[in-house]
Design a protein around this ligand. Structure first.
Ligand SMILES: CCCCCCCC/C=C\CCCCC/C=C/C(=O)SCCNC(=O)CCNC(=O)[C@H](O)C(C)(C)COP(=O)(O)OP(=O)(O)OC[C@H]1O[C@@H](n2cnc3c(N)ncnc32)[C@H](O)[C@@H]1OP(=O)(O)O
Ligand SMILES: Cc1cc2nc3c(=O)[nH]c(=O)nc-3n(C[C@H](O)[C@H](O)[C@H](O)COP(=O)(O)OP(=O)(O)OC[C@H]3O[C@@H](n4cnc5c(N)ncnc54)[C@H](O)[C@@H]3O)c2cc1C
Length: 558
């Protein structure tokens, strides 16, 4: 859970080679990387810039006389900063640097760079490398810094699957300007399942503990109740169980789309890139944010013991919440999706609705109202309505500002809160749609019934959560919202008997969870005492600090 020094080798270094190195280059490098003869990381972010990749300061200048690239970090803010596994473990890196050929700045490109000697592991001349120090979490990963002092690498170390520099310095452009960003798109495509998994771990702990913990009464005179029987506890936990499933289903779809993209790009078809970039930008943002909220609720649902490290939930939170920042800060990524949504609105206004992709086609179709009692399809129409409403509102605001003479960037900034709201609603619609489709495809009728209950819980919870949008233009009435509330409470109670099975079905072992509260056998109290007794402070009855500090203080006559 705390991460692994080789995580980035598998998650980004190898995938960057697969997606961006030519077949010829990969004959040399890929097998060695897969056999872990070399260990790599993905070095892009710098001390001064992470989000705005166009302003990366590390340069790779082509020297035609030696057919080498010269890597250089001209000032302190150009140092690579943050890459996982860079500090101590990696001897190679895929380095993203601004490429300069014949004095022309050609933007960020990826290079394979050796950082350390393969035998001694010492850093090579011209390279400054080290660890950036302790972090909120993920402390088993050596996130690092890296500087280059006119460090030379062969021309052939530019990853050349999609773009090339010939020996004479001729530049061959890629089929899509952002194709070098594929390693990021890959991780973003996987993040919904990864985050769903973090959320699932925290929920397994909280739900299991909530059936062990007894506190208070629902009906007087009875035995104290399991805290999971309180409606508030169910409301805290069960919608997140539904989300963990929903995120996993959505993630399966984006992983499949990424694989499809890789194949299509190899045949020169880059049409899926913009769609997948927009989709994964929104999804990673919404999923990481909601996962962090869900994990924190799971911790609080465990009361005081949730705050102890014995719960292990704080560690899960620390790791998961990193996802709100890495692979693109969430606001920045929501704004990337917003660009796509605004473009779609502009297309509709230009009478080109027919050209809209399937995920945004709903933006052109107005619905007057819904009959929620008819079922989940009507909820989907309601989600479409609020997303459409907000997307149009935010887009109109931006376009009006533009028309009034504001510069594009200024108009964008003044509309950005509204735009991020639109992106979230659009993404939540996508999550609900994929959840619905995935449940419909389940063959086992008993499994389908339980998952359908979760789906119903999800759509009612979500609609209530975004109710202000739906009330704003009178699309939903307050009596319809009362119906949604009643449905929500109905499904909380219906799910209660299956709650433990739903979390057990994720099959986390005790070793994986590392939680005293979430033990499969439920022996929480004995093990909490054993855990406390094993604390380093309990190794001796009297600590050395007693003689050194406490006694002089207690005996002081002052
Ligand atoms: C197996 C996977 C494992 C799953 C993991 C789950 C569990 C994990 C556990 C442990 C592992 C931890 C791993 C952590 C690793 C972390 C790594 C990193 O963080 S790497 C660094 C990531 N950095 C970023 O994400 C930077 C964010 N910034 C950007 O992406 C860009 O700067 C930008 C904001 C997109 C802007 O780019 P740029 O300035 O170049 O663009 P513009 O010139 O403004 O043009 C924008 C147009 O370009 C289009 N665009 C942008 N990106 C893409 C893309 N990737 N694909 C397609 N199109 C793209 C954009 O849409 C604009 O188009 P138009 O609107 O103009 O048409
Ligand atoms: C755990 C972890 C692991 C990481 N691993 C790697 C790795 O392996 N390799 C690597 O290269 N990097 C890695 N990173 C770096 C990470 O990708 C960046 O930190 C991330 O992309 C955010 O960039 P930033 O730090 O520049 O944030 P900033 O952009 O400085 O963000 C600060 C604030 O400014 C806002 N902001 C910035 N730009 C805009 C804008 N255009 N519009 C509106 N608001 C804006 C943001 O929303 C945010 O609120 C890692 C980071 C973490 C935390």
């Amino acid at each position: 859970m705390e991460g692994h020094p080789l995580a980035l080798h598998d998650v980004m270094f190898i995938p960057a080679l697969v997606a961006q190195a030519s077949d010829e280059q990969n004959k040399k490098w890929l097998r060695r990387a897969q056999r872990r003869e070399i260990v790599g990381c993905y070095a892009q972010t710098e001390l001064g810039h992470g989000s705005n990749l166009r302003k990366l300061e590390t340069t790779a200048t082509y020297d035609v006389s030696t057919q080498e690239f010269v890597l250089h970090t001209p000032q302190i803010t150009s140092l690579k900063w943050w890459p996982g596994g860079l500090g101590k473990s990696s001897n190679y890196a895929v380095v993203v640097a601004n490429m300069i050929v014949k004095e022309k700045h050609l933007g960020p490109h990826s290079f394979l760079v050796q950082l350390r000697d393969e035998i001694t592991h010492q850093s090579l001349k011209g390279i400054t490398v080290g660890d950036i120090g302790p972090k909120l979490s993920f402390n088993a990963i050596d996130n690092g810094f890296l500087g280059f002092d006119n460090y030379r690498i062969p021309r052939t170390n530019l990853l050349m699957r999609h773009s090339r520099v010939e020996p004479d310095g001729t530049y061959v452009k890629p089929p899509h300007a952002k194709i070098n960003y594929s390693a990021m798109v890959r991780v973003r495509s996987h993040m919904a399942t990864g985050q769903g998994n973090f959320l699932a771990q925290a929920l397994t702990i909280a739900v299991r503990y909530s059936t062990v913990r007894r506190q208070g009464f629902i009906e007087s005179g009875e035995q104290e109740v399991k805290v999971l029987d309180y409606q508030t506890q169910q409301h805290r936990l069960f919608p997140s169980i539904a989300k963990a499933y929903a995120f996993t289903f959505a993630g399966y779809e984006t992983i499949r789309l990424y694989e499809q993209l890789l194949k299509e790009v190899d045949t020169g078809n880059v049409s899926l890139m913009a769609d997948l970039h927009a989709l994964t930008s929104g999804l990673k943002s919404v999923v990481t944010h909601q996962t962090a909220q869900g994990i924190e609720q799971a911790r609080m649902a465990c009361g005081g013991h949730g705050y102890s490290q014995a719960s292990y939930i704080s560690e899960i939170f620390g790791v998961a919440v990193g996802g709100c920042t890495y692979e693109g800060e969430n606001m920045v990524m929501l704004l990337q999706l917003a660009r796509y949504l605004v473009k779609s609105v502009e297309q509709i206004k230009a009478g080109e609705s027919g050209k809209l992709g399937p995920l945004v086609a709903y933006l052109a179709v107005k619905v007057d109202g819904v009959d929620l009692e008819k079922g989940v399809e009507e909820y989907m129409k309601a989600f479409q309505h609020v997303s459409r409403l907000q997307t149009w509102k935010a887009s109109e605001k931006f376009l009006k500002l533009l028309k009034s003479g504001e510069k594009r960037e200024v108009a964008w900034n003044k509309s950005s809160v509204e735009l991020t709201r639109a992106s979230r609603l659009h993404t939540r619609l996508y999550i609900a749609e994929t959840f619905k489709r995935s449940v419909q495809e389940v063959a086992d009728p008993r499994l389908k019934e339980v998952l359908t209950d979760l789906l119903h819980l999800h759509v009612n919870y979500e609609l209530l959560d975004m109710a202000t949008y739906a009330l704003e233009d009178g699309f939903l009435s307050s009596s319809q919202l009362d119906y949604v509330r009643d449905q929500l409470y109905f499904y909380l109670a219906k799910i209660r008997p299956n709650a433990v099975s739903l979390v057990d079905s994720w099959e986390f072992s005790d070793m994986q969870l590392r939680s005293v509260l979430g033990r499969r056998d439920g022996n929480v109290y004995e093990n909490l005492v054993a855990w406390a007794k094993a604390s380093p402070l309990n190794k001796t009855d009297v600590l050395p600090s007693v003689e050194k500090y406490l006694k002089p203080m207690m005996n002081s006559k002052l």
